[in-house]
Design a protein. Structure first.
Length: 379
C-alpha cells in the first residue's frame, strides 16, 4: 500500500459490530468479563483501548513499523524511552532540540543518574567520539527544533548498530510523509502527535513506533506501568487528522518553499534556516533522506535585534503568536522566550538560538496572504 493510501486505511478495519467506517470512540475505562480473565482482549483502558489500538496500528503503518504506541503527550513518549535506561547509562543527544526534551533530560533524568552528552551531529561521525561502554541511546531530532539542522539518520544508524546502541529519532518536524527513520535503520521513531499528525491544534499526544518485538514489549510494559496514555476521544481526533496528513503536508511544503524564498530575498533578513535552501549546510542529506522539506522555517533579522524580533511577531495578523506547530493554521514563535526558554542562554546561543530568532510554522492558508502578512510585519 502506498503512503497516501496508508494515511486513510493503514492498520484500519471496519467496526465489526455495525460496520462503522470510522473506529468508534470507546469511552470506557473497563470491560465486562464472563469469568476472571474471560474477556474479549480488553481488560482496562490504561492497558488497552480499542480506539487507541486503532490509532496505534495507524502510527505503525505510517512509519513502516510493526508496533505503535500512543501517549498523553510527546514528552510522555520520550519519557517512556528514557525509562528503558538505568542509573549510570549514557545518552548522546543532538544539542539543538525542543526545550522541553532538554528539560526532561537534564532536570528529571540527570537526577536519576542518567548522563546526557549534547553534541552537534551535523557531521554524524562525531557521535562516535562520545561512545563508551555506558552509552545506551542516541537521541536524534531531525530537522532540529528550532535551527532546522539536518542529521544523517542512515549514518547515525550505522554507528548505533556497530556499537549495539539504540537509535531514537524524533520525527515530529518531518512526519512520516517526508521521512521514515525506521526505513533508514533507526530503532525507535518518536512524534509529538500534537503537531502535524493531529494537524489541527486541538490535541496533545505522543507516539512511538518500533519494529523489534522485544523492544516493543518493554515499551508497552512502561506505557502500562507508568500510565501516561491518551484517551479515546483524543485517539479519535488524531485518527481523523491522519487521514489528511499527505494533502496537508504537500501544502505545508509548497507554502514553506515560497516563504523561505521570500524571506531569503528580503533586505531586512540576515539568515533563513530551511533545509530546502541550497545554502543549507546539510541540504544534500535532507534531499537524500526527505521527500520534501516541510513547513518549519526559522530566521533572524539583520542587526540581531531582540526588540525588532518581538515587534515582528507582535505585528503578524494571520500568523498567530503561539507555542506549538504543525497545525493547519500558521503560527509564529520566539524560541528564546517561549519554546526554548528552559535552555540556559549560553547553551542555546551556542546552537544559534539567539534572542532575535523567529520560528514560523507555515500553515496551509493561501500563501499570498501569508507573504503579505510577513511583508507588513517585517516592513
Ligand atoms: O508538546 P508535546 O506533545 O509533549 O511534545 C514535545 C515535543 C517533542 N519533540 C519536538 C520536536 C517538539 O517540537 C515538541 C513540542 N514542541 C513545541 C510545543 C514547540 O512549540 O516547539
Amino acid at each position: 500500500m502506498k503512503f497516501n493510501t496508508k494515511t486513510i486505511h493503514g492498520g484500519q478495519e471496519h467496526d465489526t459490530a455495525f460496520g462503522a467506517v470510522m473506529p468508534p470512540i470507546y469511552q470506557t475505562s473497563t470491560y465486562a468479563q464472563s469469568t476472571p480473565g474471560g474477556h474479549k482482549g480488553f481488560e482496562y483502558s490504561r492497558t488497552h483501548n480499542p480506539t487507541r489500538a486503532a490509532l496505534e496500528r495507524a502510527f505503525a503503518s505510517l512509519e513502516s513499523g510493526k508496533h505503535g504506541l500512543a501517549f498523553g503527550s510527546g514528552l510522555a513518549s520520550i519519557d517512556a524511552i528514557i525509562k528503558l535506561l538505568k542509573p549510570g547509562d549514557e545518552v548522546i543527544s543532538t544539542n539543538d532540540l525542543y526545550g522541553g526534551t532538554y528539560r526532561l533530560f537534564t532536570k528529571i533524568y540527570e537526577r536519576f543518574g542518567v548522563k546526557f552528552h549534547f553534541i552537534g551531529m551535523e557531521n554524524a561521525t562525531t557521535i562516535e567520539d562520545y561512545i563508551n561502554e555506558n552509552t545506551k541511546l542516541i537521541w536524534v531530532e531531525t530537522p532540529t527544533n528550532p535551527m532546522m539542522n539536518v542529521i544523517d539518520i542512515k549514518k547515525a544508524a550505522q554507528i548505533a548498530k556497530k556499537h549495539n546502541i539504540l537509535l531514537a529519532v524524533d520525527n515530529t518536524f518531518a512526519t512520516p510523509f517526508l521521512q521514515r527513520p525506521l526505513e533508514l535503520g533507526a530503532d525507535i521513531v518518536m512524534h509529538s502527535a500534537t503537531k502535524y499528525l493531529g494537524g489541527h491544534s486541538d490535541v496533545v499526544m505522543g507516539a512511538l513506533v518500533v519494529n523489534d518485538d522485544e523492544l516493543a514489549e518493554k515499551l508497552y510494559f512502561i506505557q502500562n506501568a507508568s500510565g501516561a496514555i491518551c484517551g479515546p476521544q483524543d485517539s479519535f481526533l488524531v485518527l481523523r487528522g491522519l487521514k489528511t496528513l499527505h494533502v496537508r503536508m504537500q501544502r505545508h511544503c509548497e507554502n514553506g518553499r515560497k516563504i523561505a524564498k521570500y524571506l531569503s530575498n528580503h533586505p531586512k533578513i540576515e539568515k533563513v534556516y530551511w533545509p530546502g535552501l541550497e545554502s543549507h549546510p546539510n541540504h544534500q542529506v535532507a534531499k537524500d533522506q526527505m521527500s520534501d522539506f516541510g513547513g518549519m522555517i526559522s530566521f533572524v533579522t539583520k542587526g540581531n535585534d531582540y526588540n525588532e524580533a518581538i515587534k515582528i511577531v507582535e505585528n503578524l495578523k494571520i500568523f498567530t503568536l503561539a507555542e506549538s506547530l504543525g497545525g493547519v493554521e500558521s503560527l509564529a514563535g520566539h524560541p528564546a522566550s517561549m519554546t526554548h526558554a528552559s535552555i540556559p542562554k549560553e547553551e542555546r546561543e551556542k546552537t544559534g538560538v539567539v534572542d532575535s530568532l523567529i520560528r514560523l510554522s507555515v500553515g496551509i492558508e493561501d500563501v499570498d496572504d501569508l507573504i503579505a502578512d510577513l511583508k507588513q510585519a517585517i516592513g
